[in-house]
Design a protein around this ligand. Sequence first.
Ligand code: ADP
Length: 516
Amino acid sequence: MALYCSSLGSQVPRAGRALLAGACSRGLSASSSIEASPLLRSGGFIGGRWVTVAATFPVLDPASGTELHRVSDCGLPESREAVTAAYNAFQSWREVSAKDRSVLLRKWYELMIQNKEELAKIITAENGKPLKEALGEVAYSAAFLEWFSEEARRVYGDIIPVPMKDRRALALKQPLGVVTIITPWNFPSAMITRKVGAALAAGCTVIVKPAEDTPLSALALAELATQAGIPAGVFNVVPCSRQNAASVGEALCTDPLVAKISFTGSTTTGKILLKHAADGVKRVSMELGGHAPFVVFDTANVDQAVAGAIASKYRNSGQTCVCSNRFLVQKGIHDTFVKKFAEAIKKELHVGNGFEASTTQGPLINEKAVEKVEKHVSDAVNQGACIVTGGKRHSLGKNFFEPTLLSNVTTSMLCTQEETFGPLAPVIKFDTEEEALAISNSANVGLAGYFYSQDPAQIWRVAERMEVGMVGVNEGLLSSVECPFGGVKQSGIGREGSKYGIDEYLEIKYVCFGGL
Ligand code: ADP
């Protein structure tokens, strides 16, 4: 196997060589920038009160590995308390008029916007993403509260014509009840509001169990919910350590007072929660893993495709479920695309601490995440892939990884079979449209997919045949609060955001008026 990828004119060492580890990241300290934050909290938030327990768990700065803060490690008593609080609050929240719920959500949205810098700093500190991206997340996150404050007032039922003259039939939409919401660390704020906005607008009450890596954003949202006047018990947060996640998760998901489970995270954890839901026949929303194909046809505008590839692959250092995970490039455009993609990576991407203005690539969330990228790179290289650029940990510290581009990739390699969730772009060369679709659709998941083409007939064919919940056509970033987010196959069940998102938290009740 060649040490260098000469066909593309680059000379880069193979992966696995000289992995630099351990060094601490230079630059601003994350803890110093949030420890004075007025939104920093340490306890759980249950029934409108801050609840502390003796046991705590650390929240780490992914850039340096140092401890940012300690948070109460809630357990079964707090879980039960939260379910009871949410259940009691539901009895009155369901009676609050849609207009009044709308006003409260709008107030919460406005407070998020007023506090956007503080919220963004907390996200960058605990998640590592560049401050500019964190500010973007706050805007996106707040927009869900704004959107659902508007949707709250547009929940209509139906009057159904029936053949019996002495009857009238109605379909009423009613809130489900208490919802358990379990969220991941990659969007510590937006993954919460996307669910909570819809749930509260519908008249449900919620218990949020945030990811153990990023509980501070969830607690900051709770503080703003209080300031907005969201009634006690409507929005509860139960933070806990990874050790307690399974037991707290089980308690929150199996309690008979809980009507629904809404989860964003890995497919593995999603399957556990689906089993909990099955026992109680509860409603679910599941937003699980992806393995997005990014297809560049010979008909593509190559510069547009490169710009889309950078945006869709390297945002949040590759740690989003809609990030492109495998690049399929047709043979006529292949070499040009790879060359230009490599140039753009070197020119536009800057690895660093998220608090530094020039940074576009922060650290990965933890060392386990880095190890997965390393494993995917070394497996690919061992099977004949070429490193075009990057390929190893970055000298800034053990959680930093160089933006990486691999060519000569085949479908037998691990990186084309499972989600990497890191800054690795593997490129497979293909011949025909049929072949590209067959590879794209071979995955057992289907969240996002992207393709670049200037041929209208091909655009329709591929958009319709790609087995995913969301397709970007000549576009690498597709999330928007107005549009339905969700997947097919093992990527999940249900849709979030958009006019459809609120239905996930509503039950349809048929009322038959007889004897008229
Ligand atoms: P990751 O491995 O990237 O952390 P997970 O799907 O494991 O992805 O985590 C997403 C969320 O699911 C987190 O809030 C985590 O604490 C939670 N979680 C993990 N395992 C379980 C479980 N067995 N039951 C309930 N929640 C869980």
